[in-house]
Design a protein around this ligand. Structure first.
Ligand SMILES: [Zn+2]
Length: 190
């Protein structure tokens, strides 16, 4: 196959050279709800084309690459003394995979246990391209299934206004869970 970025022959959808050149993760931090940190590894505009593959079946491969570079490395360096679960927002399967479940899977390590199909939006409207006011007026209405661990890492693909993550954190607070921080692949803020 050919690398999606440089178009040279490659064993992977993104060749090793491009992975190193364009996808070395950084750590960007934002805060929501005054004090919950949100860590991201890329700026949205830098990898927009790759992120948009989530609307196609190629996204399966791209999200595996992004997660193996950024999330796996993060998990390797993560240590917390109490049992911690990671939960992805809306890990519904489309095009044969769930892009947020792929991200979540790569957090598996000694300190983190991913859980799946826990947090779902009742309101399935898309926020993509919508105004802040529209997002405020149309809450996602998350429902959260029961699980035993108290400490949670929340996972999503992109942070834009932060409203989705804020609503998800609130849904976990209702269940008396502690959200340590949120992790997203990309931050849409400049
Ligand atoms: Zn390449």
């Amino acid at each position: 196959m050919r690398c999606l970025i440089c178009e040279n022959i490659s064993f992977s959808h993104i060749c090793k050279i491009c992975q190193k050149e364009y996808l070395t993760p950084k750590l960007y931090t934002r805060k929501i709800l005054n004090n919950t940190p949100v860590y991201s590894f890329y700026k949205y505009k830098d990898i927009e084309d790759l992120l948009l593959t989530k609307h196609t079946n190629v996204g399966y491969y791209i999200f595996n690459i992004l997660a193996s570079i950024a999330f796996k490395k993060f998990a390797k360096n993560f240590y917390f003394e109490e049992r911690t679960v990671s939960i992805a927002i809306d890990d519904n399967v489309r095009y044969g995979y769930s892009h947020t479940a792929i991200l979540n899977k790569y957090l598996t390590c000694k300190s983190i246990k991913p859980r799946y199909n826990i947090l779902k939006a009742k309101n399935c409207i898309s926020y993509s391209g919508k105004s802040y006011q529209y997002r405020l007026d149309n809450p996602r209405q998350f429902t959260c299934k029961d699980f035993e661990e108290e400490n949670v890492i929340l996972v999503d693909d992109i942070i834009t206004t932060g409203l989705t993550l804020t609503q998800a954190v609130n849904a976990l607070h209702v269940k008396k869970k502690e959200v340590l921080f949120c992790l997203t692949i990309a931050d849409a803020k400049d």
